[in-house]
Design a protein around this ligand. Sequence first.
Ligand code: TGC
Length: 398
Amino acid sequence: MTHAPMIDAVFDLDALLSAEEREWQQRARAFAQERILPVIEADFEAKHFRLELVKQLGDAGFLGMHLQGYGCAGAGAVSYGLACLELEAADSGWRTFVSVQGSLAMSAIHKYGSEEQKQQWLPGMVAGDLVGCFALTEPQGGSDPAAMTTTARRDGDGWVLDGAKRWIGLASLADVAVVWAKIDDPSFGGGDGGRAVRGFLVPTSTPGFTATPIDGKLSMRASVQCDVSLDGVRVDGDAILPGARGLSGPFECLNEARYGIVWGAMGAARACLDAAISRSTSREVFGKPIGANQLIQAKLADMFVEVEKGILLALHLGRLKERGALTAPQISAGKLNSVREALAIAHEARAILAGDGITNEWPVMRHAANLESVRTYEGTDEIHQLILGRALTGLNAF
Ligand code: TGC
Protein backbone atom coordinates (compact mmCIF):
# COMPACT_ATOMS: atom_id res chain seq x y z
CA MET A 1 0.00 0.00 0.00
CA THR A 2 1.34 3.42 -0.88
CA HIS A 3 1.18 6.53 1.21
CA ALA A 4 -1.83 8.74 0.48
CA PRO A 5 -0.31 11.97 -0.88
CA MET A 6 -3.34 14.01 0.14
CA ILE A 7 -2.13 13.67 3.72
CA ASP A 8 1.03 15.60 2.91
CA ALA A 9 -0.82 18.25 0.97
CA VAL A 10 -2.94 19.78 3.72
CA PHE A 11 -0.20 21.18 5.95
CA ASP A 12 2.38 21.17 3.17
CA LEU A 13 5.20 19.78 5.27
CA ASP A 14 7.42 19.84 2.20
CA ALA A 15 7.38 23.63 2.23
CA LEU A 16 8.98 23.54 5.70
CA LEU A 17 11.86 21.33 4.56
CA SER A 18 15.08 22.06 2.70
CA ALA A 19 15.87 20.32 -0.59
CA GLU A 20 18.42 18.15 1.23
CA GLU A 21 15.86 17.12 3.84
CA ARG A 22 13.33 16.20 1.16
CA GLU A 23 15.99 14.16 -0.58
CA TRP A 24 16.72 12.15 2.58
CA GLN A 25 13.01 11.63 3.07
CA GLN A 26 12.51 10.39 -0.48
CA ARG A 27 15.54 8.13 -0.23
CA ALA A 28 14.25 6.59 3.00
CA ARG A 29 10.73 6.25 1.62
CA ALA A 30 12.05 4.47 -1.45
CA PHE A 31 14.20 2.17 0.69
CA ALA A 32 11.24 1.31 2.90
CA GLN A 33 8.89 0.70 -0.02
CA GLU A 34 11.32 -1.25 -2.19
CA ARG A 35 13.39 -3.22 0.35
CA ILE A 36 11.31 -3.60 3.51
CA LEU A 37 7.61 -3.55 2.64
CA PRO A 38 7.71 -6.43 0.12
CA VAL A 39 9.17 -8.81 2.72
CA ILE A 40 8.10 -7.51 6.10
CA GLU A 41 4.89 -9.46 6.61
CA ALA A 42 6.64 -12.74 5.87
CA ASP A 43 9.63 -11.80 8.03
CA PHE A 44 7.38 -10.76 10.90
CA GLU A 45 5.48 -14.04 10.62
CA ALA A 46 8.68 -16.11 10.44
CA LYS A 47 10.54 -14.08 13.09
CA HIS A 48 13.23 -13.50 10.49
CA PHE A 49 15.82 -10.72 10.74
CA ARG A 50 16.89 -9.95 7.17
CA LEU A 51 20.62 -9.48 7.69
CA GLU A 52 21.32 -8.45 4.10
CA LEU A 53 19.43 -5.20 4.64
CA VAL A 54 22.07 -4.03 7.12
CA LYS A 55 24.68 -3.52 4.42
CA GLN A 56 22.08 -1.95 2.15
CA LEU A 57 21.16 0.54 4.90
CA GLY A 58 24.85 1.36 5.21
CA ASP A 59 25.27 1.80 1.47
CA ALA A 60 22.27 4.16 1.44
CA GLY A 61 23.89 6.28 4.16
CA PHE A 62 21.35 5.79 6.97
CA LEU A 63 23.68 4.37 9.65
CA GLY A 64 24.92 7.14 11.93
CA MET A 65 23.69 9.58 9.29
CA HIS A 66 23.42 12.47 11.76
CA LEU A 67 27.03 12.10 13.00
CA GLN A 68 30.04 13.97 11.61
CA GLY A 69 33.23 12.41 10.24
CA TYR A 70 34.40 8.77 10.07
CA GLY A 71 32.38 8.31 6.88
CA CYS A 72 29.08 9.45 8.47
CA ALA A 73 26.80 11.54 6.29
CA GLY A 74 26.67 14.53 8.64
CA ALA A 75 22.97 15.08 7.96
CA GLY A 76 20.84 17.40 10.08
CA ALA A 77 18.52 16.30 12.86
CA VAL A 78 15.42 16.85 10.72
CA SER A 79 16.81 14.73 7.90
CA TYR A 80 17.53 11.95 10.39
CA GLY A 81 14.03 12.26 11.83
CA LEU A 82 12.44 12.05 8.40
CA ALA A 83 14.44 8.89 7.67
CA CYS A 84 13.21 7.39 10.96
CA LEU A 85 9.63 8.26 10.03
CA GLU A 86 9.84 6.65 6.61
CA LEU A 87 11.56 3.50 7.88
CA GLU A 88 9.06 3.07 10.70
CA ALA A 89 6.18 3.55 8.27
CA ALA A 90 7.38 0.15 7.00
CA ASP A 91 8.22 -1.44 10.34
CA SER A 92 9.33 -0.30 13.80
CA GLY A 93 11.94 -3.07 13.86
CA TRP A 94 13.93 -1.51 11.03
CA ARG A 95 13.76 2.00 12.48
CA THR A 96 14.90 0.38 15.73
CA PHE A 97 17.88 -1.14 13.93
CA VAL A 98 18.93 2.28 12.66
CA SER A 99 18.40 3.78 16.14
CA VAL A 100 20.39 1.12 18.00
CA GLN A 101 23.24 1.19 15.52
CA GLY A 102 23.37 4.96 14.91
CA SER A 103 21.82 6.73 17.90
CA LEU A 104 22.95 4.38 20.64
CA ALA A 105 26.06 2.35 19.76
CA MET A 106 27.71 4.70 17.25
CA SER A 107 26.62 7.77 19.12
CA ALA A 108 28.20 6.46 22.37
CA ILE A 109 31.51 5.84 20.58
CA HIS A 110 31.28 9.15 18.72
CA LYS A 111 30.50 11.19 21.86
CA TYR A 112 32.75 9.44 24.38
CA GLY A 113 35.32 7.33 22.56
CA SER A 114 39.04 7.95 22.16
CA GLU A 115 40.28 8.71 18.66
CA GLU A 116 41.58 5.12 18.41
CA GLN A 117 38.20 3.71 19.42
CA LYS A 118 36.43 5.89 16.86
CA GLN A 119 38.83 4.87 14.12
CA GLN A 120 38.52 1.21 15.06
CA TRP A 121 34.73 0.97 15.03
CA LEU A 122 32.92 3.86 13.37
CA PRO A 123 33.89 3.48 9.68
CA GLY A 124 32.82 -0.18 9.65
CA MET A 125 29.59 0.62 11.47
CA VAL A 126 28.70 3.43 9.04
CA ALA A 127 29.15 1.01 6.16
CA GLY A 128 27.05 -1.72 7.77
CA ASP A 129 30.07 -4.04 7.87
CA LEU A 130 30.06 -3.98 11.67
CA VAL A 131 27.07 -3.99 14.00
CA GLY A 132 26.93 -2.49 17.47
CA CYS A 133 24.61 -2.88 20.43
CA PHE A 134 24.00 -0.85 23.58
CA ALA A 135 23.87 -2.88 26.77
CA LEU A 136 22.25 -0.76 29.47
CA THR A 137 18.95 -2.35 30.54
CA GLU A 138 19.07 -5.16 33.10
CA PRO A 139 16.68 -8.04 33.79
CA GLN A 140 15.30 -6.54 36.99
CA GLY A 141 13.83 -3.63 35.02
CA GLY A 142 14.81 -0.97 32.54
CA SER A 143 13.40 2.15 34.16
CA ASP A 144 16.08 2.62 36.81
CA PRO A 145 19.57 2.28 35.30
CA ALA A 146 21.04 3.75 38.50
CA ALA A 147 20.24 0.43 40.15
CA MET A 148 22.32 -1.59 37.69
CA THR A 149 24.21 -4.51 39.16
CA THR A 150 26.67 -5.15 36.32
CA THR A 151 30.19 -4.45 37.57
CA ALA A 152 33.60 -3.80 36.09
CA ARG A 153 36.53 -4.45 38.41
CA ARG A 154 40.17 -3.64 37.86
CA ASP A 155 42.34 -6.63 36.96
CA GLY A 156 45.93 -5.62 36.31
CA ASP A 157 45.86 -3.29 33.30
CA GLY A 158 42.42 -4.43 32.24
CA TRP A 159 38.86 -4.74 33.46
CA VAL A 160 36.66 -7.74 34.21
CA LEU A 161 32.92 -7.36 33.62
CA ASP A 162 30.24 -9.44 35.30
CA GLY A 163 26.48 -9.12 35.11
CA ALA A 164 23.44 -9.51 32.92
CA LYS A 165 21.55 -7.30 30.47
CA ARG A 166 18.15 -7.78 28.85
CA TRP A 167 16.24 -6.48 25.83
CA ILE A 168 19.49 -5.60 24.10
CA GLY A 169 18.75 -4.98 20.44
CA LEU A 170 21.06 -6.70 17.91
CA ALA A 171 23.32 -8.22 20.59
CA SER A 172 23.52 -11.67 18.99
CA LEU A 173 24.46 -10.09 15.63
CA ALA A 174 26.73 -7.43 17.01
CA ASP A 175 30.49 -7.18 16.65
CA VAL A 176 30.83 -4.74 19.51
CA ALA A 177 28.75 -4.06 22.61
CA VAL A 178 28.72 -0.76 24.47
CA VAL A 179 28.35 -2.15 27.99
CA TRP A 180 27.47 0.12 30.90
CA ALA A 181 28.75 -1.08 34.27
CA LYS A 182 29.56 0.20 37.74
CA ILE A 183 33.24 0.35 38.54
CA ASP A 184 34.99 -0.13 41.85
CA ASP A 185 38.16 1.88 41.19
CA PRO A 186 37.99 5.34 42.83
CA SER A 187 40.73 6.65 40.54
CA PHE A 188 38.31 6.15 37.64
CA GLY A 189 35.39 7.74 39.50
CA GLY A 190 34.21 4.48 41.07
CA GLY A 191 32.18 4.18 44.24
CA ASP A 192 28.49 4.09 45.02
CA GLY A 193 25.57 5.30 42.95
CA GLY A 194 25.07 6.38 39.39
CA ARG A 195 28.30 8.38 39.16
CA ALA A 196 30.26 5.10 39.15
CA VAL A 197 28.69 4.09 35.83
CA ARG A 198 31.17 3.83 32.96
CA GLY A 199 30.95 2.53 29.40
CA PHE A 200 33.11 -0.23 27.90
CA LEU A 201 33.58 -1.33 24.31
CA VAL A 202 33.41 -5.11 24.40
CA PRO A 203 34.07 -7.12 21.23
CA THR A 204 31.31 -9.72 21.33
CA SER A 205 33.84 -12.46 20.56
CA THR A 206 35.39 -11.93 24.01
CA PRO A 207 35.16 -15.09 26.14
CA GLY A 208 32.33 -14.84 28.69
CA PHE A 209 30.11 -12.63 26.50
CA THR A 210 26.94 -14.48 25.53
CA ALA A 211 23.91 -13.07 23.71
CA THR A 212 20.72 -15.12 23.42
CA PRO A 213 17.81 -13.88 21.31
CA ILE A 214 14.58 -13.53 23.29
CA ASP A 215 11.94 -15.80 21.80
CA GLY A 216 8.17 -15.59 22.08
CA LYS A 217 7.91 -11.91 21.18
CA LEU A 218 4.55 -10.87 19.75
CA SER A 219 6.00 -7.49 18.76
CA MET A 220 8.95 -6.46 16.56
CA ARG A 221 9.24 -10.04 15.41
CA ALA A 222 11.40 -9.13 12.40
CA SER A 223 14.10 -7.73 14.67
CA VAL A 224 16.35 -9.17 17.36
CA GLN A 225 16.46 -8.40 21.07
CA CYS A 226 18.60 -10.44 23.43
CA ASP A 227 19.53 -11.48 26.90
CA VAL A 228 23.20 -10.82 27.44
CA SER A 229 25.33 -12.46 30.07
CA LEU A 230 28.74 -11.14 31.06
CA ASP A 231 30.63 -13.83 32.87
CA GLY A 232 34.15 -12.77 33.77
CA VAL A 233 34.54 -10.83 30.50
CA ARG A 234 38.10 -9.50 30.44
CA VAL A 235 38.86 -6.45 28.31
CA ASP A 236 41.96 -4.30 27.95
CA GLY A 237 42.36 -1.08 29.90
CA ASP A 238 41.71 0.96 26.78
CA ALA A 239 38.21 -0.57 26.36
CA ILE A 240 36.75 2.05 28.72
CA LEU A 241 35.05 5.04 27.05
CA PRO A 242 37.15 7.93 28.34
CA GLY A 243 34.55 10.64 27.81
CA ALA A 244 31.57 9.15 29.67
CA ARG A 245 31.37 9.48 33.43
CA GLY A 246 28.20 8.70 35.32
CA LEU A 247 24.68 8.07 34.14
CA SER A 248 24.58 11.15 31.97
CA GLY A 249 26.74 9.08 29.55
CA PRO A 250 24.07 6.54 28.61
CA PHE A 251 21.25 9.06 29.12
CA GLU A 252 22.73 11.40 26.48
CA CYS A 253 22.60 8.46 24.04
CA LEU A 254 19.02 7.68 25.06
CA ASN A 255 18.17 11.30 24.22
CA GLU A 256 19.35 10.64 20.66
CA ALA A 257 17.34 7.46 20.30
CA ARG A 258 14.22 8.94 21.93
CA TYR A 259 14.41 11.84 19.49
CA GLY A 260 14.32 9.38 16.57
CA ILE A 261 11.24 7.73 18.09
CA VAL A 262 9.41 11.07 18.17
CA TRP A 263 9.55 10.96 14.37
CA GLY A 264 9.48 7.22 13.86
CA ALA A 265 6.25 6.51 15.72
CA MET A 266 4.51 9.03 13.48
CA GLY A 267 5.59 6.89 10.52
CA ALA A 268 3.77 3.88 11.97
CA ALA A 269 0.77 6.12 12.68
CA ARG A 270 0.77 7.46 9.12
CA ALA A 271 0.85 3.94 7.72
CA CYS A 272 -2.17 3.00 9.83
CA LEU A 273 -4.04 6.12 8.74
CA ASP A 274 -3.21 5.33 5.09
CA ALA A 275 -4.66 1.85 5.55
CA ALA A 276 -7.79 3.20 7.19
CA ILE A 277 -8.37 5.73 4.39
CA SER A 278 -7.73 3.13 1.73
CA ARG A 279 -10.14 0.60 3.23
CA SER A 280 -12.76 3.26 3.96
CA THR A 281 -13.10 3.97 0.28
CA SER A 282 -12.86 0.39 -0.97
CA ARG A 283 -15.12 -1.46 1.48
CA GLU A 284 -18.90 -1.14 1.16
CA VAL A 285 -21.41 -1.77 3.92
CA PHE A 286 -25.14 -0.86 3.78
CA GLY A 287 -24.74 -0.10 0.08
CA LYS A 288 -22.03 2.55 0.26
CA PRO A 289 -18.32 2.87 1.09
CA ILE A 290 -17.85 2.92 4.85
CA GLY A 291 -15.91 6.17 4.38
CA ALA A 292 -19.20 7.85 3.39
CA ASN A 293 -20.40 7.49 6.98
CA GLN A 294 -20.03 10.40 9.35
CA LEU A 295 -18.76 8.15 12.15
CA ILE A 296 -15.89 6.89 9.98
CA GLN A 297 -15.02 10.35 8.68
CA ALA A 298 -14.89 11.72 12.23
CA LYS A 299 -12.43 8.98 13.19
CA LEU A 300 -10.28 9.60 10.09
CA ALA A 301 -10.26 13.33 10.75
CA ASP A 302 -9.17 12.86 14.37
CA MET A 303 -6.43 10.43 13.34
CA PHE A 304 -5.23 12.83 10.66
CA VAL A 305 -5.09 15.75 13.08
CA GLU A 306 -2.94 13.75 15.51
CA VAL A 307 -0.56 12.58 12.75
CA GLU A 308 -0.10 16.14 11.52
CA LYS A 309 0.31 17.57 15.03
CA GLY A 310 2.82 14.84 15.87
CA ILE A 311 4.90 15.49 12.77
CA LEU A 312 4.84 19.25 13.32
CA LEU A 313 5.97 18.71 16.94
CA ALA A 314 8.75 16.42 15.71
CA LEU A 315 9.82 19.06 13.22
CA HIS A 316 9.84 21.73 15.93
CA LEU A 317 11.98 19.52 18.19
CA GLY A 318 14.27 18.79 15.25
CA ARG A 319 14.81 22.49 14.61
CA LEU A 320 15.57 22.99 18.32
CA LYS A 321 18.04 20.09 18.17
CA GLU A 322 19.78 21.61 15.17
CA ARG A 323 20.24 24.81 17.19
CA GLY A 324 21.58 22.84 20.16
CA ALA A 325 18.58 23.97 22.21
CA LEU A 326 16.63 20.72 22.66
CA THR A 327 16.14 19.69 26.31
CA ALA A 328 15.48 16.26 27.81
CA PRO A 329 11.95 17.17 29.02
CA GLN A 330 11.09 18.37 25.50
CA ILE A 331 12.23 15.01 24.12
CA SER A 332 10.10 13.28 26.75
CA ALA A 333 7.06 15.30 25.68
CA GLY A 334 7.68 14.27 22.07
CA LYS A 335 8.27 10.59 22.77
CA LEU A 336 5.25 10.38 25.08
CA ASN A 337 2.97 12.12 22.60
CA SER A 338 4.13 10.36 19.43
CA VAL A 339 3.96 6.83 20.78
CA ARG A 340 0.72 7.34 22.69
CA GLU A 341 -1.03 8.88 19.69
CA ALA A 342 0.43 6.34 17.26
CA LEU A 343 -0.95 3.50 19.37
CA ALA A 344 -4.37 5.14 19.56
CA ILE A 345 -4.34 5.64 15.79
CA ALA A 346 -3.30 2.03 15.18
CA HIS A 347 -6.14 0.79 17.37
CA GLU A 348 -8.68 3.07 15.68
CA ALA A 349 -7.46 1.97 12.23
CA ARG A 350 -7.79 -1.64 13.24
CA ALA A 351 -11.40 -1.07 14.22
CA ILE A 352 -12.16 0.71 10.93
CA LEU A 353 -10.71 -2.23 9.02
CA ALA A 354 -12.97 -4.56 11.00
CA GLY A 355 -12.05 -8.22 10.39
CA ASP A 356 -9.48 -7.26 7.77
CA GLY A 357 -7.66 -5.37 10.50
CA ILE A 358 -6.70 -8.54 12.31
CA THR A 359 -5.11 -10.15 9.24
CA ASN A 360 -1.66 -9.54 7.85
CA GLU A 361 -3.14 -8.42 4.52
CA TRP A 362 -2.99 -5.01 6.17
CA PRO A 363 -0.09 -3.69 8.26
CA VAL A 364 -2.17 -2.24 11.07
CA MET A 365 -2.07 -5.02 13.66
CA ARG A 366 1.68 -5.44 13.10
CA HIS A 367 2.22 -1.72 13.72
CA ALA A 368 0.00 -1.85 16.82
CA ALA A 369 1.99 -4.79 18.17
CA ASN A 370 5.32 -3.13 17.36
CA LEU A 371 4.28 0.10 19.02
CA GLU A 372 3.83 -1.74 22.31
CA SER A 373 7.61 -2.27 22.28
CA VAL A 374 8.27 1.31 21.24
CA ARG A 375 6.03 2.49 24.08
CA THR A 376 8.04 0.42 26.54
CA TYR A 377 11.66 0.95 25.53
CA GLU A 378 13.65 4.16 25.76
CA GLY A 379 11.51 5.19 28.71
CA THR A 380 7.92 4.09 29.23
CA ASP A 381 5.00 6.52 29.02
CA GLU A 382 5.08 6.71 32.81
CA ILE A 383 8.81 7.53 32.96
CA HIS A 384 8.30 10.38 30.49
CA GLN A 385 5.28 11.63 32.43
CA LEU A 386 7.45 11.68 35.56
CA ILE A 387 10.32 13.46 33.79
CA LEU A 388 7.80 16.10 32.71
CA GLY A 389 6.22 16.14 36.16
CA ARG A 390 9.64 16.80 37.69
CA ALA A 391 10.30 19.59 35.19
CA LEU A 392 6.93 21.18 35.95
CA THR A 393 7.04 20.95 39.74
CA GLY A 394 10.71 20.70 40.63
CA LEU A 395 9.74 17.63 42.68
CA ASN A 396 11.23 14.20 42.00
CA ALA A 397 8.55 11.48 42.08
CA PHE A 398 10.75 8.53 41.08
P1 TGC B 1 19.01 11.56 37.69
O1 TGC B 1 19.42 11.83 39.10
O2 TGC B 1 17.83 12.27 37.13
O3 TGC B 1 20.24 11.79 36.73
C1 TGC B 1 21.47 11.11 36.92
C2 TGC B 1 22.46 11.80 36.04
O4 TGC B 1 22.04 11.66 34.69
C3 TGC B 1 21.75 12.96 34.14
N1 TGC B 1 20.58 12.82 33.29
C4 TGC B 1 20.61 13.05 32.00
N2 TGC B 1 21.59 13.48 31.20
C5 TGC B 1 21.30 13.63 29.90
N3 TGC B 1 20.09 13.37 29.39
C6 TGC B 1 19.08 12.94 30.16
N4 TGC B 1 17.90 12.66 29.61
C7 TGC B 1 19.32 12.75 31.52
N5 TGC B 1 18.57 12.34 32.57
C8 TGC B 1 19.35 12.38 33.63
C9 TGC B 1 21.52 13.85 35.32
O5 TGC B 1 21.80 15.20 35.02
C10 TGC B 1 22.52 13.31 36.31
O6 TGC B 1 23.80 13.74 35.93
P2 TGC B 1 24.90 14.03 37.07
O7 TGC B 1 26.11 14.46 36.29
O8 TGC B 1 24.34 15.09 37.94
O9 TGC B 1 25.11 12.75 37.81
O10 TGC B 1 18.84 10.02 37.56
P3 TGC B 1 17.71 9.13 38.05
O11 TGC B 1 18.32 7.83 38.37
O12 TGC B 1 16.87 9.84 39.09
O13 TGC B 1 16.91 9.04 36.68
C11 TGC B 1 15.62 9.09 36.66
C12 TGC B 1 15.07 8.66 35.27
C13 TGC B 1 13.81 7.86 35.54
C14 TGC B 1 14.75 9.92 34.50
C15 TGC B 1 16.04 7.81 34.46
O14 TGC B 1 16.44 6.69 35.21
C16 TGC B 1 15.42 7.30 33.17
O15 TGC B 1 15.37 8.00 32.16
N6 TGC B 1 14.94 6.05 33.17
C17 TGC B 1 14.48 5.39 31.96
C18 TGC B 1 15.64 4.66 31.35
C19 TGC B 1 15.30 4.09 30.01
O16 TGC B 1 14.83 4.77 29.13
N7 TGC B 1 15.61 2.79 29.86
C20 TGC B 1 15.38 2.09 28.65
C21 TGC B 1 16.62 2.02 27.83
S1 TGC B 1 16.28 1.28 26.30
C22 TGC B 1 17.36 0.03 26.20
O17 TGC B 1 18.31 -0.05 26.93
C23 TGC B 1 17.06 -1.03 25.21
S2 TGC B 1 16.19 -0.40 23.84
C24 TGC B 1 17.31 -0.29 22.62
C25 TGC B 1 17.65 -1.65 22.15
O18 TGC B 1 16.87 -2.25 21.37
O19 TGC B 1 18.73 -2.13 22.50
